[in-house]
Design a binder for this molecule. Structure first.
Ligand SMILES: [Zn+2]
Length: 257
């Protein structure tokens, strides 16, 4: 490869990194949240919450649909038949929602775990996932792609994926049990785990979900991350690990409009 090619290649890589990490801060009536330019699309609204997003309500009277999250890999399709059951006061257990219904906001809450939003601009369908390390090693992201293929006929190459703020590898120190789960349940341990001391490792949750999504057929260039660590930014984000308590969670959601 000659010098010209090399410099072209490196500027292409730099552009990719910039595109994939760019996020936009949105402030509205005292509420603050983040958007990813990759997911800005006609017919779609999305947000990744911060400490400054207290209440999410919809003007049309529909309630946001949330689950009782249990760090699993169960994904619920939201359709005409079950939407009014799912948005009732008693949430169903699970960690992922998919829907092709317009005006139905699907949401996840996190405070270190990774919120993942998916959008199929061809079949017009969306997904919201809560991916902590347990859900991630169970491949909740790959299962969401499979559910979108089975339910909406999605082609994974059409999907756009956004990763919200989560605990970054900078702060996500794990022990032997997590390392073993990653080793036995995924094929990517070498790319996502780094050993720090004899008994401490660091896990990159975004990288692992990314690799699982690529394995499921999603194109690398159609994914973006805020690149923000919940533990590093106390003014913006809740973090269970940093604060050692649950004093709030970040609300992220996606909706076809
Ligand atoms: Zn950090």
């Amino acid at each position: 490869m000659g010098y010209t090619n090399l410099s072209k290649e490196s500027s292409r890589l730099r552009r990719n990194v910039e595109e994939q990490q760019s996020y936009q801060w949105v402030q509205n009536d005292g509420q603050g949240y983040l958007e990813l330019p990759l997911l800005r699309h006609p017919g779609l609204t999305h947000f990744f919450g911060t400490r400054l997003l207290a209440n999410v309500s919809l003007e049309d009277g529909h309630k946001p649909i949330r689950l009782r999250q249990i760090h699993g890999d169960r994904i619920h399709p939201v359709n005409e038949a079950n939407a009014s059951i799912l948005d009732s006061g008693d949430p169903t257990e699970g960690d992922g929602l998919i829907t092709a219904l317009p005006n139905r906001l699907i949401m996840v809450s996190t405070a270190d775990c990774l919120p993942v939003l998916l959008f199929d601009p061809v079949s017009m369908a969306v997904a919201a996932l809560h991916a902590g390390w347990r859900g991630t090693v169970s491949n909740i992201s790959g299962k969401a792609v499979a559910a979108m293929i089975a339910t909406y006929g999605s082609d994974p190459r059409d999907l756009l994926v956004g990763f919200g703020p989560s605990i970054g590898p900078c702060c996500f120190e794990v022990e032997r049990d997590v390392v073993e789960a990653v080793e036995t349940q995924t094929a990517f341990q070498e790319q996502v785990i780094e050993q720090k001391t004899e008994s401490k490792w660091q896990l990159d949750l975004v990288a692992l979900n990314r690799l699982q999504l690529i394995e499921a057929g999603v194109l690398a260039g159609r994914m973006a991350t805020t690149g923000l660590c919940t533990s590093c930014l106390p003014n913006l984000f809740f973090s269970y690990r940093r604060d050692r308590k649950r004093d709030g969670a970040l609300q992220s959601g996606i909706m076809l409009v």
